[in-house]
Write a protein of this length. Structure first.
Length: 736
């Protein structure tokens, strides 16, 4: 059982490593972008702890097969729990209200003939090369070769001065490459527009072309920009002006002719030929009849409001003409593929490609690569944008991709993802040595090979609200999930960016794709724009938990991950657990985020999830049930010790979230006997909040964690309390 056999240090160590570079541990995530994926190692650990009779550290690197086990995920998102369960032979059923989630999980688990995919991918790239390859060539400044490959086009937003009508470049700064991955710093001159490489980043000196002083900072900041001609201070982000205009000013390119003798990267200012290709692409686009480029309007929303402030009203306005030509040609080719699984695979690739092929991508001046639109969980609109080579560049000798964001990159990642499905592996560390351990006998898919005599697994994924799912009573052996977080990122608003294209390509009559948007009134997020608050969130979570609890076999686990900076955000899940008639038998810590993630770095957020394990009946170790903040502090310290044994260095934010988990677990334990799920929401919420307040909440535990006094002193703080004597000693179990 999870409560007894889950190995916190072992899984914490693996999960932390996985989150630093998740594609190396779980290549399957490269099927398509999804947000906040939890570590596959975590869910593998949970599943093996529950179903295997071997110690977790042993079972983890052995092939496992739990044929006949039924596992569900009511909030499947990116599909991690289902993939891990399917991999060890379980039949799986998954639900998500978002059609993009449904599509992605379906593509992850469906078997694909990799040889056919490789052949089709090559033919497809050859087709694009013939059609638009010339759009991505430039002249090398070093050797003069006209067939150098453009890696990235760099564009700056421009506006016209409100007074003199002079065009103004909205540069926030003039550094385009630092000296971290290139020998020198590269600056664009604000006077002549040419590039100069310098040793000093703070005092770059003069332009090597016009001898004017180079500037570090640009004129654009805080939505204001001063005209260099007349001095007028202009504001930008005018919604009435329409989508922003851009000017191509520089390129990073790859020259195979002189690369071996060249130190560092290749940069150049856009020349006349580069600008002519921009005009040629615009002319080509103007002459095309688009079948697959969407005309959908961008609806208002918490995240899309930023796009509206910048003047975007249609999704297609977020792309350059050159990108639109490539995307339309790609969709036309894909639509003619007769094999359904191959067609769906490349349609998925196109959908994922969109996050790199748009005019909101930014150029990382340190890593020297394109940052995809979802590198932060929103729609960031920068002032300098990066357009990646649409086809991608392949090194003919190494057969590896050069640069990022093109079709070659997407196809290669997808191929590796599906190869992992056929032959999954784990990573084992022996000291500082990392070893890849093939897990022969395990595989991911509905079947492994073609034929009638091969093993086939039930893969039942549905685009629907799990609260309305028809599941037989006592039919599930486990539920593993990562539910929506209170007030979380509006994933539906973000996924619409891909969905409007994918829906156009695969057809609006495809199951789950009937709606024009992935947004749904029943989506379990707090969303001010849609008028959804805590009561909506709690009601939805509760309905799903009750449905799953009824479908679970007695005593089977309902395990899910959760963390939030606000203790009040845990109340909805506590209410849902109580409404479902379950007790919380464990709250286990495990790393689930990468601390350096752009969207959480420096925010004080926790990277540690609490895994809540719940059951309708069973037993819980007496030692895990305490009566006071001192007791909770002891449990938190035990968890911190376990995490440190797994090479995790918990922060204050991590400690706080671990404590939240234990407080909520105990609130559920103490209230379950008097809980009435028919009471109105306000009364149930008040009962839970009142218990937490009486207990002392986080502040009472925090004081004890920073106090030098020992925390094993138990002091009663309640006048009404269950008698601990009847539970026996710490080694005893409490049945429920």
């Amino acid at each position: 059982m999870i409560e007894r056999d889950f190995d916190i240090p072992f899984i914490a160590n693996l999960a932390l490593r996985e989150k630093q570079i998740q594609q190396n541990y779980r290549p399957i995530i490269a099927i398509h972008k999804w947000f906040a994926r939890r570590p596959g190692t975590l869910f593998r650990g949970l599943i093996l702890s529950e179903f295997s009779d071997k110690p977790l550290r042993e079972a983890f690197y052995l092939p496992n097969r739990f044929q006949g086990k039924q596992v569900a995920d009511p909030f499947m998102g990116g599909g991690t729990p289902l993939v891990e369960a399917n991999r060890v032979g379980c039949n799986v059923v998954g639900f998500d209200i978002n059609p993009m989630s449904y599509w992605i999980v379906k593509q992850e688990i469906e078997h694909l003939d990799l040889n056919s995919y490789a052949d089709e991918g090559k033919n497809f790239r050859d087709y694009l090369e013939n059609k638009i390859g010339s759009f991505y060539r430039t002249r090398c400044n070093v050797c003069g070769d006209d067939n150098a490959h453009v890696k990235y086009f760099l564009w700056v937003k421009v506006i016209d001065c409100s007074k003199c009508k002079q065009e103004i470049d909205l540069f926030p700064g003039y550094l385009i490459s630092s000296d971290s991955r290139h020998p020198l710093n590269v600056f664009v001159c604000k006077h002549c527009g040419m590039l100069t490489e310098t040793k000093s980043r703070s005092a770059p000196g003069n332009c090597c072309h016009c001898d004017s002083p180079l500037s570090v900072t640009g004129p654009a900041k805080h939505n204001r920009c001063q005209c260099g001609k007349c001095g007028t201070v202009n504001s930008f982000t005018d919604p009435k002006a329409g989508p922003p205009r851009h000017r191509l000013f520089a390129l990073e390119y790859h020259c195979p002719t002189c690369k071996t003798g060249h130190d560092g990267r290749f940069f150049k200012a856009a020349d006349v030929h580069d600008l002519e290709l921009v005009e040629e692409a615009a002319s080509t686009w103007a002459g095309m009849t688009a079948q697959y480029v969407p005309e959908d309007k961008i609806p208002s929303g918490d995240e899309t409001g930023r796009l509206h402030r910048w003047g975007y009203s249609l999704y297609r306005e977020m792309f350059s003409a050159r990108q639109l030509v490539g995307l339309e040609l790609s969709a036309q080719y894909i639509s003619l593929i007769t094999d359904e699984r191959l067609r769906n695979a490349l349609a998925t690739n196109l959908s994922d490609l969109l996050r790199y092929q748009n005019m909101l991508c930014r150029y990382d001046t340190t890593a020297l690569k394109s940052l995809d639109i979802f590198s932060v969980h929103g729609f960031p609109v920068g002032l300098v944008q990066c357009e990646s080579n649409f086809l991608g560049i392949i090194d003919p000798e190494r057969k590896t991709c050069i640069g990022s964001g093109g079709w070659a990159n997407i196809i290669d990642k997808f191929r590796k993802a599906k190869l992992y499905c056929d032959a999954p592996f784990e990573v084992r560390f022996q000291g500082s040595t990392k070893n890849i351990v093939p897990i022969k006998g395990e595989w991911i898919g509905d079947h492994l090979d073609e034929g009638d005599d091969v093993e086939k697994r039930i893969m039942d994924v549905r685009c629907m609200d799990a609260a309305t799912a028809a599941l037989p009573t006592a039919s599930l052996d486990a539920v593993f999930t990562d539910p929506p977080y209170f007030g979380n990122v509006q994933y539906a608003e973000l996924m619409d960016f891909c969905y409007v294209w994918l829906r156009r390509l695969i057809g609006a009559d495809y199951r789950g794709f009937e709606s024009a948007s992935t947004r749904n009134a029943q989506e379990l997020t707090v969303n001010e724009d849609m008028g959804r608050g805590i009561e909506h969130f709690t009601s939805g979570i509760s309905s799903v938990f009750q449905r799953m609890s009824n479908a679970l076999k007695p005593g089977s686990p309902f395990a899910f991950t959760y963390h939030h900076n606000d203790l009040g955000a845990y109340y909805p899940i506590a209410i849902a657990i109580l409404d479902a008639g379950m007790a919380c038998t464990a709250s286990l810590p495990c790393p689930a985020e990468m601390g350096a993630s752009i969207h959480i770095n420096g925010t004080g957020s926790s990277i540690i999830d609490t895994v809540f394990v719940c059951r309708t009946t069973g037993a819980i170790p007496r030692r895990t049930i305490v009566d006071t903040p001192e007791g909770v502090a002891r449990l938190v310290k035990d968890d911190l010790t376990s995490l440190k044994a797994g090479n995790v260095d918990p922060s204050k934010g991590d400690t706080r979230c671990i404590a939240y988990g234990h407080i909520i677990r105990h609130a559920i334990w103490r209230l379950r006997g008097q809980w009435d799920n028919t009471q109105e929401f306000s009364k149930r919420h008040a009962m839970l909040a009142g218990w937490v307040m009486d207990f002392g909440g986080w502040s009472a535990v925090e004081k004890l964690l920073s106090d030098s006094r020992p925390v094993d002193h138990y002091e009663r703080i309640y006048s009404v309390r269950e008698d601990t004597v009847k539970y026996g000693d710490d080694n005893a179990d409490i049945s429920f």
